[in-house]
Design a protein around this ligand. Structure first.
Ligand code: BTN
Length: 247
């Protein structure tokens, strides 16, 4: 991965651009990077802001020959690889299932996995990663200061974006091909469990405007989050949104 890197100074969204290029036949393993995104996208239709030069906006093109129902696993594999890359730089983080990397209870990185598929066949997967690297505290808008952070804020020093990207691609490639070759992403799930922000905690399962209290019980062999509701029923979440309950 990363042998074909396409680097932009400014682009609407590396994920959207990767999808356009995939429609023109871009090969697996290609990496799209941009110094700046003018309409970066987050999950659930949210915006994602990535200030010029101080963040990483990256999309990796994948063409896995798997059933589309398994694509959520790729997000978990990516989160595991990011945590290993951070750890290599002595940065301790937590993974908030399914797609956030958290340091000191604040979000430093998000993953947006998108796919084009027909029937049971995947045409391509675009895995987008946004990392707040060298962003200063005053550069965060007031409304997200309490929930977002950057590697530089947490560690008090500039961090090399190149090093993070290279290290992430190395770990991701290993874990991804282990999954493709064996059909199991268990070693990635094990990393996600070990670094999980949620397991054992009281959480809310969020659906639209509804928040249902539950406990995060485990991450199962499919990478799904098992939650226990207050009436004792257990449920598997494939993807979705949860938050930690303060009380
Ligand atoms: C989230 O936490 O909601 C996911 C954020 C994903 C942001 C990245 S930045 C690179 C790629 N291009 C986009 O437009 N979004 C993803």
């Amino acid at each position: 991965f990363g042998k074909n890197i396409i680097h932009y100074d400014s682009i609407h969204s590396t994920n959207s651009q990767a999808k356009l290029l995939c429609d023109e036949g871009l090969q697996e393993g290609s990496v799209i990077l941009s110094e700046e995104q003018t309409s970066g996208r987050g999950r659930l239709g949210r915006n994602w802001s990535s200030p010029k030069g101080s963040s990483i906006s990256m999309s990796v093109v994948l063409k896995p020959e798997i059933n589309p129902v398994h694509v959520a696993k790729v997000t978990q594999i990516s989160a595991a690889a990011l945590s290993l890359a951070f750890e290599e730089m002595d940065i301790q983080c937590n993974i908030k299932w399914p797609n956030d990397i958290i340091i000191n209870n604040k979000k430093v990185c998000g993953i947006l996995t998108e796919m084009s598929s027909e029937l049971n066949k995947i045409n391509y997967v675009v895995m987008g990663i946004g990392i707040n690297v060298n962003i200063d505290e005053e550069a965060f808008p007031d409304e997200i200061k309490s929930i977002a952070t950057s590697l530089k804020i947490e560690y008090g020093k500039q961090i090399s974006r190149k090093q993070i990207i290279a290290s992430f691609l190395k770990y991701f490639e290993n874990l991804y091909f282990e999954f493709i070759n064996t059909g199991s992403a268990e070693s990635s799930f094990e990393i996600c469990r070990k670094r999980s922000l949620l397991l054992g905690k009281n959480i809310y399962v969020i659906r639209g405007s509804e928040r249902t209290p539950a406990t995060a019980v485990s991450i199962d062999e499919n990478g799904e989050l098992i939650v226990k509701y207050e009436d004792g029923t257990l449920s598997n979440l494939v993807s979705g949104e949860v938050s930690v309950r303060k009380s």
